[in-house]
Structure formats: C-alpha cells, structure tokens
Design a protein around this ligand. Structure first.
Ligand code: MN3
Length: 211
C-alpha cells in the first residue's frame, strides 16, 4: 500500500505561539505530502513496494540503483516527518521523568546540558537537516551502562539515523521550511522555543520500545 501523510494529532494552530499555524499548514500539508508522493514514485514497481518505510531505508541497497537516492531523500522525509508530528503536543514541554530522565542525566550531566548540546547540534548543522537524540543499539556500549547508548547527532537533508543503525528518539527539523515564516533567520530561537511543545511521553515510549 502506498504511503500516506498521517493526519496531524492536533489542530494546525495548536502549537502556537511556539510553532505557528501557517508553518504547520505548509510543513505538514505541503512539504510532507511532496515527500510521500516522491517516495511512492520511487518504490513503484520494485520488490520493496508496500514495505514499512524504516525497513526500506535499512535495506536501501536492495533497491535499483537509480531509486536509492530518491528514496533516501523522500522515504527519509516521510519517516522523519511522521515522527516529528508525534514528537510535539499542545500539552508538551516540561521535563521527562522516569528512566528516560535518568538516562539523559547519566549521559549528558543534566537535562539542561542535554538541551544545550541538542540545540548546538541543530545550530551547527550546515544547511538543511535534523538534530537528533538517538539510541545506538549497535554500539559496544549497548551491553554496558544503559545511559551510554544515548547520543546527540545531526544529519543532512532527510537522512534518517536508521541509515546508520541508530534508533531516532527525538528529532528537530532545522530545514528553513520548519521555522522561516515565523523565526526568519533565527534558527537558535526556534530551537529554544521548540522545547515548549516536545511531548516527552512520546519520547519515553520510543526509548522504552527501542531497548
Ligand atoms: Mn520538514
């Protein structure tokens, strides 16, 4: 079955004032739709047509050579944005609790230090891309301290951390289309404001599922 843009789990204006309605309308309704359409076009007629998007990205080399680049970009865009809408909530913000909170503190020193490093990854991503909190289940440290598996990274374009065998727990979109209407060139201000809408329950659920 062809991919579809998932419905937003809240109204387009529900994340205001931190993410404005116009940005959400263009971002969700137009940009995400374009990734879905192009991802579907890339898979059409291949053996991987109908497979889960993450599974296809993890097996990119199984696609015909001329489809790999288009699917990396557009399948990646579909996966990244599907996660992104669910990572935000009008009831978001605050701080995580429980095992995720403990792991963030153990890994980064404090929740504030985690946020600082994540924002730095977003600001430092040259051009379009994403900042990520990932769980590295393939690293040797996976057998050691649980908190040591977490790390912050950034990717270019629509590259998903799953291309590197990592599980994305939280990603922030630092493409200009994600913030330019509201924040113009102030990417750092967008990254800071975005914490007010992060749904930590969702991130904790991904952390728990991935371990
Ligand atoms: Mn985007």
């Amino acid at each position: 079955m062809a991919y579809e843009v998932p419905a937003l789990p809240y109204a387009h204006d529900a994340l205001e004032p931190h993410v404005d309605k116009a940005t959400m309308e263009f971002h969700h309704d137009k940009h995400h739709q374009a990734y879905v359409d192009k991802a579907n076009a890339a898979l059409e007629g291949t053996d991987l047509d109908g497979k889960d998007v993450r599974e296809v990205l993890e097996n990119l080399s199984s696609l015909p050579a001329d489809k790999q680049g288009p699917f990396r970009n557009n399948g990646g865009g579909h996966l990244n944005h599907s996660m992104f809408w669910e990572s935000m909530s009008p009831d978001g913000g605050g701080e995580p609790t429980g095992e995720l909170a403990d792991a963030l503190t153990a890994t980064f020193g404090s929740f504030d230090a985690f946020k600082e490093q994540f924002e730095a990854a977003g600001v430092g991503q040259f051009g379009s891309g994403w900042a990520w909190l990932v769980l590295d289940t393939s690293s040797p440290s996976a057998t050691g301290t649980r908190g040591a598996e977490l790390s912050i990274t950034s990717t270019a374009n629509q590259d998903s951390p799953v291309l590197e065998g990592k599980t994305p727990l939280l990603g922030n979109d630092v493409w200009e289309h994600a913030y330019y209407l509201q924040y113009q060139n102030k990417r750092p201000a967008y990254l800071k404001a975005w914490w007010n809408v992060v749904d930590w329950n969702k991130v904790a659920e991904r952390y728990s599922d991935a371990r």
